[in-house]
Design a protein around this ligand. Structure first.
Ligand code: PFF
Length: 452
């Protein structure tokens, strides 16, 4: 019976460690790099509101479901899905969900690593004092020159991928546990410092208004899809990352409460990042919708203007790289766990192979910012296409299936036994995954397809 199962990959040493690792997975480039720029591109307040609603009504219930399913299955998401389907006497083909997750993980990591490479190179730039003076023209041209160079992007992408592979090869519960314990609070403190700087720009209120004053005329179906997709992306949902982490979770840990902590921390970090960035955007006459370069064109202005800014700059980008690393390892873990379980590979070999595949796709992403910038598919560059395909389509579809599986296919007594939730709280969760979350995803898709 499943209850006595243990993962062959080991277990987290405590609930706290799991919270750290899962928060490490959730908090990453999505919060600090992506959230501000997509908020800027989609007009601000209304977009933020839709995103927050999606986190609450769709993200949190699905996170609870993913952790719970992982812990019950105790294997890579592919094998977990197969096991859970058998346990529920359902169609074995449910394990396609695990496969889609593995594919989404590879695709996300291929561009995630390129952007994390930008952050790495900005550590060096900060250290060399390249931001000093902090005038926005100079900072913008620094960024433009940087992304115009394919070799620089590939170099830093390679460094980041190698770091990811080394950590994954050693097993997720080693050094990373210790690192995240210290780095997460440090990142939080430095974000507060940047918000403090934003308050001195004279444009703080304007920044807040942009983020929190909803104007629904500014969003359309695509913006709603992006907000919903981002709720999945930022919480690492819909592809098995949180499921595989859940499979290393000891028994008798409250899954629901843990999910609330993770989602809460993740949301706070994203909002703080926005509150730091938008005042700087307005104070310097920049465009909130200027795209993926937004944080690289704004925060260095702050570092260039504050005392010991180079040091804070180094600290900020180092912490950002670590936040990215603790996410990237979770992107590749479902694939590595499966290779170890089914192909008899060592963690080391499995990490190397997964890393090589991801690295190769990443090279195409790096080119899409310069020499291949003219190449488009459906009007999107390779980077935009991968981002759209994964965050806006694959993760919500994965999340939809997870909600349907846990709400309709899994036996109630099994989910209840695993969650150790009773009465109203269980009913509320069950209602959310059975009806609200799948219906919400479905309606957003219909809307984007123009059905209404
Ligand atoms: N949640 C991460 C971030 O916000 O940066 C990205 C991510 C990690 C997405 C793991 C999906 C995933 F499975």
């Amino acid at each position: 019976m499943s209850v006595s199962k243990k993962s062959i990959h080991g277990e987290w040493s405590s609930r706290f460690t799991f919270i750290l690792a899962a928060t490490g997975s959730a908090v990453g480039l999505g919060n600090i790099w992506k959230f501000p720029y997509i908020t800027g591109e989609n007009g601000g307040g209304a977009f933020v509101l839709v995103y927050l609603l999606c986190v609450l009504a769709i993200g949190i219930p699905i996170m609870i479901a993913e952790i719970m399913m992982g812990r019950r299955g105790r294997q890579s998401p592919i094998n977990t899905m197969q096991f859970l389907a058998e346990e529920a006497s359902a169609d074995k083909r449910w394990h396609f969900l695990g496969w889609m997750g593995v594919l989404a993980g590879f695709l996300i990591l291929s561009y995630y690593s390129v952007i994390a490479g930008w952050a790495l190179s900005y550590v060096l730039k900060a250290f060399l004092g390249s931001f000093s003076g902090g005038d926005s023209e100079h900072i913008k041209s620094l960024f433009d020159q940087f992304i115009a160079s394919p070799w620089q992007l590939i170099f830093w992408h390679t460094v980041f991928m190698v770091a990811t592979m080394v950590i994954v090869a050693r097993g997720v519960s080693g050094g990373l546990e210790k690192a995240v314990r210290f780095l997460m609070p440090a990142l939080f403190v430095i974000l507060l410092l940047l918000v403090g700087y934003a308050m001195t720009t004279g444009f703080y209120e304007q920044g807040l208004e942009f983020m929190f004053d909803p104007d629904f005329s500014k969003i359309d179906g695509d913006a709603i899809l992006t907000a919903m997709g981002h709720a999945f992306f930022t919480l690492s949902l819909g592809m098995g990352a949180i499921m595989v982490y859940g499979s290393y979770l000891p028994k008798h840990v409250s899954v629901a409460q843990t999910a609330l902590y993770i989602a809460g921390a993740d949301t706070i970090v994203a909002l703080l990042a926005g509150m730091a960035i938008f005042p700087i955007v307005f104070a310097n006459g920049l465009e909130p919708g200027s795209g993926p370069g937004l944080i690289f064109q704004t925060l260095p202005i702050a570092f260039g203007n504050m005392t010991a800014g180079w040091l804070f700059g180094v600290m900020f980008f180092v912490l950002l790289v670590f936040a990215a690393l603790s996410s990237s390892i979770s992107l590749i873990e479902p694939a590595v766990a499966w290779l170890v379980e089914n192909k008899d590979m060592s963690r080391r070999t499995a990490s190397i192979w997964s890393g090589i595949v991801t690295w190769l796709v990443g090279v195409a992403v790096a080119f899409s910012f310069n020499i291949w910038s003219e190449i488009t598919v459906f009007d999107k560059s390779v980077f935009d296409l991968l981002d759209y395909l994964t965050a806006n389509l694959m993760l919500p579809i994965g999340g939809f299936c997870i909600a349907v599986f846990s709400g309709w296919v899994m036996k109630k007594e099994h989910s209840q036994e695993e969650l150790e939730l009773f009465g109203l709280t269980y009913d509320l969760w069950h209602y959310l995954v059975k009806f609200i979350a799948p219906a919400a995803v479905f309606i957003v898709f219909l809307h984007v397809l123009g059905v209404f």
